[in-house]
Design a protein around this ligand. Structure first.
Ligand code: ADE
Ligand code: ZN
Length: 337
């Protein structure tokens, strides 16, 4: 059996369902924006930024991630951020994306939500027209902030809901259970939005249950700690509840000591609808191809497993049925040679 090469993975049509746009801000663009917006960074050089990207846990990373996002001020900044990500997707044959954005990270600095959404959605529209990448946008609430702040954010987003498919929940997980946001998520569903939530990344399997039962999510982001609860695993297999797993993120943030210990392929073989994603690629050392490649290198992922992981992403996506069929056909037709 031949091994999965990086070139084959690059060409394999792919779908990304767990990507924080703010986490795709490369140090080069961060410096460029800092200069043009006259914002001081606590780093002297791009090399120094990269050297700072050593994390012991999620909070360690979030502190640097929120710091980096401060360079984003104008609509053009949000456009440039999303456009750089989409160009990367085009180079790696990622054909459909469902990015997250964190409005509170910007509105709390006085940036209007309209500025954020206009910049991002204009880039996504250009991505569809110029690069053929279809997309759906997801607004995330920061779970370390209050329920009232999340309600306020939902209210601010209401005029723009035609450009948003759903809401999510991210930021520090420990001590911030999903059910803190049950009422906000109920309001979002009443407005016609779908729901997803980060759960079971650093937090316990119990949070995966409450994301499913209380927030009524269509997908769980991360969810790797689900393996600690056999009843939950049975539920995930039977319901085909998707998990958007992020291998490089999990090793960078020490959820797993080493990629060889990652549980994604075990879960795949057990019938869980696991998918591969990059989370915050500028901070964790890689985009979609690099995440798949890490699994090939450390876990001997086969071609069939890689294809199944993509088909799981298509199944789990919020694309319409016609687009899902198009992508399934691209994967089926993909030339192996
Ligand atoms: N925000 C950006 N990346 C995140 C992650 N991996 N977990 C929680 N919140 C995040
Ligand atoms: Zn994430």
């Amino acid at each position: 059996m031949s091994t999965v090469t990086r070139d084959w993975l690059d060409r394999l049509p792919k779908v990304e369902l767990h990507l924080h746009l703010e986490g795709s801000l490369e140090p080069e663009l961060m410096f460029e924006m800092a200069q043009r917006n006259k914002i001081e960074l606590p780093f002297d050089s791009i090399e120094q930024v990269r050297e700072a990207y050593e994390f012991s846990n999620l909070q360690d990373f979030l502190d640097i991630y929120y710091q980096g996002a401060k360079v984003l001020l104008l609509e053009q900044d949000f456009y440039d951020l999303a456009w750089a990500y989409l160009k990367k997707c085009a180079r790696q044959n990622v054909v459909h994306v469902e990015p997250f954005f964190d409005p509170q990270t910007h509105t709390d600095r006085g940036v209007a939500i309209e500025t954020v959404i206009n910049g991002i959605s204009r880039a996504l529209a250009d991505g569809e027209k110029q690069l053929g990448i279809s997309s759906q946008l997801i607004l995330c609430f920061l779970r370390h902030l209050s329920e009232a702040a999340a309600f306020d954010t939902l209210r601010q987003a209401e005029p723009y809901l035609d450009r948003i498919i759903g809401v999510g929940l991210d930021s520090s997980e420990k001590g911030q259970p999903p059910e803190k946001f049950s009422r906000v998520f109920a309001s979002a569903r009443d407005l016609g939005l779908l729901t997803v939530a980060h759960a079971g990344e650093e937090g316990p399997a119990e949070y995966v249950w409450t994301a499913i039962k209380d927030l009524k999510v269509s997908r769980v982001d991360h969810g790797v700690r689900s393996v600690e609860d056999p009843e939950l695993m049975t539920y995930l297999v039977e319901s085909r509840m998707p998990l958007t797993v992020c291998p490089l993120s999990n090793t960078k943030l020490r959820v797993f000591d080493d990629m060889s210990r990652h549980n994604i392929l075990e879960m795949l073989e057990q019938g869980v609808c696991v998918t591969v994603n990059s989370d915050d690629p500028a901070y964790f050392g890689g985009y979609m191809t690099e995440n798949f490649d890490a699994l090939a290198q450390a876990l001997d992922m086969s071609h069939d497993q890689a294809r199944q992981l993509v088909l799981n992403s298509v199944e789990a996506s919020f694309a319409d049925d016609a687009r899902k069929q198009e992508i399934q056909a691209l994967v089926a037709e993909f030339d192996d040679s």
